[in-house]
Design a protein around this ligand. Sequence first.
Ligand code: BMA
Length: 319
Amino acid sequence: MTPRLASLVRYAGNPVIEPKPEHRWEARSVFNAAVVNSNGLYHMLYRAVDPSLISSIGYAVSADGRHWMRLDAPVLAPLEPWEERGVEDPRLTELEGTYYMVYTGYSRHGVRVALARSTNLISWERLGIILPDENNKDAGLFPRRIGGRYALLHRRPPHIWIAYSDDLLHWDHHQILMRTRPGLWDAWRIGIAGPPIYTPDGWLLIYHGVDERRAYRLGIAVLDLEDPTRTLWRQDQPILEAYEGWELYGDVPNVVFSCGQALTSPDLASADLNVYYGAADSVIGLAAMPNAELLAVLDQAAGRTSVRATEETAALAAG
Ligand code: BMA
């Protein structure tokens, strides 16, 4: 077993977003949020479900990452034939000055990976299905090119895959990036949480793992910058698992599932990592990794030996 270096500390004010009965489109449940920290604000896209179980994507904004203001109407609602049963699970990436949302289009034909772009996070232009003719989800774009090409993580069950593109629309060189681990909490299926975060030591990846009993947990790994199929470090233990009542019981029990995380500052020397997660497919929670743990993970990935203190943990939990 690798040492447990990192775990998430729940924010005391959880859940941060709950369903709103007065808005039909988000009356039943809200979960699986994507987040970017940009221009001094946290921007969130979240999956919202109406009473007939159709999903739309809502938008919320926050100055501190904890208290959110929401729009009354969704920013993306089902429109295209391949979205007839809903638009789900957004992943948000700021790439070369534009925001990209990779999301799941759900229809009678199954689930498809679709892409939309925006310059303001509220008006979205659909670019269509980008992985045609296959059931696929849990996809997100890297925030920078790798070897001059765009890179996308996606999921062909049960593993996480990577693919490359020159135009964001046509994807090739599909390869397995990270595999499930028999006997561990991520034995049955894995998929990304939010898109990877760039650090000088490697891509920081938060991902979800499912065990044979269908419990969803979150984990952490660091990937090589030039060849992300090389995992530099991956923690054996999860960083978050369902424990609170609102994580254990809801529309889908025993689920913590994330579509996004954001550093609280552009300066890695002081940033915590805020992870936003759907709990039991019903509400949205926030849990954070203290800076000391984040730096300890990057030290390990880079082969530096220093062991840092983790006293910040208690302070963060206190909010
Ligand atoms: C996954 C996705 C998520 C969901 C999770 C747990 O397959 O569909 O939207 O949160 O299952 O139910």
